[in-house]
Design a protein around this ligand. Structure first.
Ligand code: N01
Length: 544
């Protein structure tokens, strides 16, 4: 019965499993379901106390999807799709966390998940062809296969200001938000950072705080989310269209419902162009970014057209033109960094209780016991919110001491930047499979997760069927894939810009010179590469 299995010791020290999965977010949960289907003894180690990954840790006010809810959920279970209702076109975090808990319940997943279990190290042993995983509590666990489900944006980073621990008020990083509600009413609040997390936070906190000061270093190009509630009848219609919705996601460049138009910017007359941009700006979701003219992110002149269009929108929406100009990016074009989607974000700066501080003009010098000191003055706060982002793409890998063949560490292997074979394998690290590893397709992430999990599952099934116990990417296949990763990034305006997408987080490290941090090709091209490897009997993966 359920009670008996729940009562079983969760990974008694020294237990041996067929597969260990690190992380119980969207990747880890789905992988566990598939591992069970293969009849494998699997154990998931999760640092948090609940399932959900991103949707467990990021509980800041305003946190929600930027992908349409119904394109974001799992697609593998038709019953689940029919049973679940999304309340909004872009569901808020509590709903997504409930959804993932529902999945965990439906499949009785928790009995194979050990919570409060942060993985510290993982070491390959060639003789036994197995991994030894060490948790922070010192316990060690062995398994044939090691699957990392640790996320691409999961290692939060703090700024390097002095005095952070001196602050006597409350302070929070958006990506490590407490479970207990934070009361902003009547409080003086600072938000540092204006990426997607900062923008979502600012919109909400501005409604509650007595005083809100936003510390912005680099403005981002934001565009309207166009959210709305989904009435029950509309949800019925969506449910009836799920096959079509997921087929669409499979065809598009980044697995969103939106994809670039088959048209260049200057193919359209100025009048036509403005009409198209106006429509995209007022539409729901990422259309303005990933559903725009197809040359917008490669042709500098085309990019100027859309940048000017959005700059004018900001000028129209913000009353004080000095503030408006501060909110308009000047060092990068529209869409060359991740576009935060917003609901009345710009209007927040028209409120009397909200101030914008440009930290390029007046840099933050330190955090004090009572607030923040800039080069200009001291500010007093009750709450400081750090919306300062993540050590993206590989930060979660760097936190774990991975040791592969001959004791080589993954850090050493990646000292000039991460490498991979289709984002999932790394030579020197046999039987380790990365879900959403470096160079996996990102975009609408769950679509990529499902593809990665299915690909790994298929490889495991192939190994089972053929009595194989060891899989390792070949250096030749790795080199070929990495050439492709470099090749597709050529000519992209986004490659000229510092952001987590180019692997830059100035609190941690600067730009990689020799390698590309993220796969910038299309999701169909990515899947094509990975499927081709499988179709050719795992060419490029040495199996024995
Ligand atoms: O992180 P970010 P994020 N002094 O790196 C600033 C996904 N996401 O958590 O640009 C001053 O984008 C930093 O300034 P600058 C989404 O993919 C999705 O917001 O480096 N400022 C920047 O403004 C997103 O792209 C959703 O100059 C400092 C901010 O902090 C990704 O996660 C919602 C600083 C960091 O922005 C990351 O977003 C939220 C310093 N020392 C996030 N250090 C949804 O779709 C950093 N900053 C639901």
């Amino acid at each position: 019965t359920m009670t008996e299995t729940r009562a079983a010791p969760a990974g008694a020290p020294g237990t041996t499993f067929d597969a260990i999965v690190i992380g119980a977010g969207m990747s880890g949960l789905y992988q566990l379901i598939r591992l069970r289907e293969l009849g494998l003894r699997a154990r998931v180690f999760e640092a948090g106390t609940g399932v959900g990954g991103t949707w467990y840790w990021n509980r800041y006010p305003g946190c929600r999807f930027d992908s349409e809810s119904y394109s974001y959920g799992y697609s593998f279970d038709k019953d689940l799709l029919q049973e679940w209702s999304w309340s909004e076109h872009f569901a808020p975090q509590p709903e997504t966390e409930r959804y993932l808990n529902r999945v965990a319940d439906k499949y009785d997943l928790r009995r194979d998940i050990q919570f409060n279990a942060r993985v510290k190290a993982a070491e390959w042993d060639e003789a036994s062809r197995s991994w030894t995983v060490t948790l922070e509590d010192g316990s060690r666990h062995r398994s044939r296969f090691l699957i990392t489900a640790i996320g691409a944006l999961s290692a939060p980073t703090m700024p390097n200001f002095p005095g952070i621990s001196d602050f006597r008020g409350q302070s929070f990083h958006t990506g490590l938000w407490p479970k207990e509600p934070v009361d902003f009413a009547g409080k003086r609040v600072a938000v540092i950072g204006t990426g997607a997390s900062g923008v979502q936070t600012i919109q909400e906190v501005a409604k509650m705080a007595r005083e809100l000061v936003v510390f912005q270093r680099t403005p981002n190009w934001c565009a309207p989310l166009g959210n709305g509630r989904i009435a029950p009848e509309e949800m019925e219609q969506i449910r009836a269209r799920y096959d079509e919705i997921f087929r669409r996601c499979e065809e598009t460049f980044s697995c969103f419902l939106h994809t670039p138009m088959d048209k260049n910017t200057f193919d359209a007359s100025e009048e036509e162009r403005n009409a198209i941009l106006e429509k995209l700006y007022n539409e729901r979701g990422f259309g303005i970014w990933v559903g725009n003219f197809k040359d917008m992110l490669t042709n500098r002149e085309a990019n100027r057209v859309i940048s000017d269009f959005v700059a004018n929108k900001i000028r129209q929406r913000v009353k004080d033109q000095k503030v408006a100009e501060k909110l308009i990016p000047t060092n990068h074009g529209f869409g060359t960094r991740r576009v935060p989607l917003e609901t009345n974000y710009y209007e927040v700066y028209n409120q009397p209780n909200v101030t914008l501080v440009d930290t390029r003009e007046t840099p933050i010098e330190r955090i004090t016991g009572t607030g923040i000191r800039t080069s200009e003055r001291d500010y007093e706060f009750d709450i400081i919110v750090y919306a300062t982002g993540f050590d993206a793409l590989r930060g979660a890998f760097d936190r774990i001491d991975f040791r592969g063949k001959d004791g080589v560490t993954l850090k050493e292997m990646w000292k000039d930047g991460a490498t991979s074979l289709v984002g999932m394998l790394q030579d020197g690290f046999p039987n380790m499979f990365m879900l959403l590893g470096p160079h996996a397709a990102l975009g609408n992430i769950p679509r990529s997760i499902e593809f990665n999990v299915d690909w790994v599952t298929r490889l495991l099934r192939h190994m089972q069927a053929n009595g194989l116990t060891r899989a390792e990417a070949t250096p030749e296949a790795m080199a070929k894939w990495m050439d492709h990763v470099m090749e597709v990034a050529k000519g992209l305006l986004s490659m000229e810009v510092d952001s987590w997408m180019t692997g830059v987080n100035v609190n941690v490290k600067g730009r990689q010179v020799r390698r590309v941090a993220r796969y910038t090709g299309s999701a169909p091209a990515y899947r094509g590469w990975a499927d081709d490897i499988a179709a050719r009997g795992y060419a490029g993966v040495a199996l024995s």
